[in-house]
Design a protein around this ligand. Structure first.
Ligand code: C2O
Ligand code: CU
Length: 519
């Protein structure tokens, strides 16, 4: 029952893990999948499309039979509406902070200038409203938004703050994709959470493994074990791994084939038939599932992680029961067909080639026990000490106690808001090589741009990674090469971030800052 058996012989860290038993939950699937409301904003007096996002504390029922859990949300108790953002139209977003502490709201994947990006510098004090205004000009994609306060992104997202940001340019209509939001075009935000005996969120260094905060309850759109009633036809699922630290190797029951049509930041050139799809934290994928002849049938979206763990990490702690098992996330009950249904197009998009590379940069990721002087056990002890002192000021008294310790580094440097790591030129194209020198998997995310993966360990990336991306998984020892063109400016006052999107790594140093300036 406890994870203790897996951590025997691990010394201090083993006994830390053993302090919290990992309960196994296999609740039966019941209750509808919550669908975050689609929100297209309203015309303001000056004619500009305006979105209002009020952040506030609330209570959400995460599973049948549980007490309400104190959470944070945008325009509701948990998560936030799916923003429908038309490409090419000026918009305004007003974010009001109704919490008792400062936070930020970052538009993950959006091509916006640094001062509109909602990074750590854009803190919204309690009771204040931050005005964003910009025009999105990038391909149709499933982006998302979430807080980004320095050192507290992990707990703020974990508390419930996240939502989808759907850039729309008419592609779905042109391609004939399923497009009835919440019916055959369905958001699937997957997150894991740990609850205490009173069904309050638990967020503590003492129960984290080297990847960060993981839980044993799997929420889809904020609800455990929900059911999606879908018409017999093509079903479009917009998958977001919204977890702090956990990877999911998505699969369908019966090893049913599905078709990936989009990566993080846009459509692939053509659908890719898959039976497994690994998504690291913050990665998105859109998939089409063929339910055309399945009226009356049930199937399950699940994670089948067993096979992927060894390639990710050599750390035994990074192997809880769920990392090594198959578990169901969502039940799909197929009902009668509904007209008009969507289709699976043969061709999706033509992806432009990137301009010529003007400059290369090199990044290496170092983790705890991964060659960092002074890290390892000593760092862990410091982390625990800081955590013990941190205020318990999340929803329902949830701890914010991860501290802000340089346990994870990029090019041997931990995040420092006063340091700009480098500057790039507006309009230039660069190749970034990122090498993971740690013993565990990391991810790499860059603000203000989408990138294309040129290679993984010198080889062409697999077909399902050949689209526009903004987060990439980098296995231990692996190196990736990413090409990107900088189209958005970012000043010293509001620089762009690059970081690991495993949120406890990000909060503990694995982040840097750069500016984009006119030549
Ligand atoms: Cu999704 Cu810098 O973040
Ligand atoms: Cu990481």
């Amino acid at each position: 029952m406890a994870a203790g058996s897996e951590s025997m012989g691990m010394g201090a860290m083993g006994s830390m893990l053993a302090t919290t038993p990992i309960l196994r939950h296999t609740p039966s699937f019941a209750g509808p999948l919550p669908i975050p409301p689609l929100y297209a904003g309203n015309r303001a007096a000056d004619g500009v499309r305006e979105y209002r996002l009020a952040i506030a504390a609330g209570q959400a029922q995460l599973s049948a039979g549980l007490a309400p859990t104190p959470t944070w949300g945008y325009r509701g108790a948990i998560l936030g509406p799916s923003l429908r953002i038309p490409r090419g139209e000026p918009i305004r977003i007003l974010v009001h902070n109704g919490l008792d502490q400062s936070t930020t709201t970052h538009w993950h994947g959006a091509h916006v200038p640094g001062d509109m990006d909602g990074g750590p510098q854009s803190l919204i004090a309690p009771g204040r409203t931050w005005h964003y205004h910009y025009t999105i000009d990038q391909p149709e994609a499933t982006l998302w938004y979430h807080p980004h306060p320095n050192g507290r992104t992990g707990p703020h997202v974990y508390a419930g703050l996240a939502g989808l940001y759907l850039v729309q340019d008419g592609s779905a209509e042109r391609l004939g994709l399923p497009r009835h939001y919440g019916i055959d075009d369905v958001p699937v935000i997957v997150q894991d959470r740990l609850l205490d005996a009173h069904d309050r969120l638990v967020y503590m260094p003492q129960v984290m493994d080297v990847m960060g905060m993981k839980g044993n309850r799997f929420l889809v759109n904020g609800r455990e074990s929900p059911v999606l009633e879908a018409p017999a036809g093509w079903l479009r699922l917009r998958l977001l791994n919204g977890s702090n630290a956990r990877l999911y190797n998505f699969a369908l029951s019966g090893d049913r084939t599905f078709y990936q049509i989009a990566t993080d930041a846009g459509f692939l050139e053509a659908p890719v038939a898959l039976q497994r799809l690994l998504l690291a934290p913050a990665e998105r994928a859109e998939i089409l599932v063929d339910l055309r002849h399945l009226d009356g049938k049930r199937l399950w979206l699940r994670s089948d992680s067993a096979a992927v763990v060894p390639s990710l990490s050599t750390m035994p702690m990074d192997s809880d029961a769920y990392d090594r098992s198959v578990f169901d996330l969502l039940e799909i009950r197929v009902g009668p067909a509904r007209a008009p249904g969507g289709r699976l197009p043969e061709h999706l998009a033509t992806l432009a080639n990137l301009p010529e590379i003007q400059r290369e940069r090199h990044f290496s990721l170092q983790g705890m026990m991964g060659g960092m002087g002074g890290g390892g056990m000593a760092g862990m002890a410091a982390l625990r000490k800081a955590a013990a002192k941190a205020p318990r000021n999340g929803p329902g008294g949830m701890s914010m106690g991860i501290g802000n310790l340089p346990l994870f580094t990029i090019n041997h440097l931990a995040m420092d808001m006063r340091r700009i790591d480098f500057s790039t030129t507006l309009g230039s194209t660069e190749l970034w090589e990122v090498v993971n020198r740690a013993h565990m998997a990391h991810t790499f995310h860059v603000h203000g741009v989408s990138f294309r993966i040129q290679s993984r360990d010198g080889r062409e990336p697999p077909p399902w990674e050949r689209g526009w991306k903004d987060v990439v998984l980098i296995r231990r020892g692996e190196s990736v090469r990413l090409a990107m063109t900088f189209t958005q400016p970012a000043s010293k006052a509001f620089p762009f971030m690059y970081h690991c999107h495993m949120l406890e790594h990000e909060d503990n140093g694995m982040m840097g800052q750069f500016t984009v300036v006119r030549s």
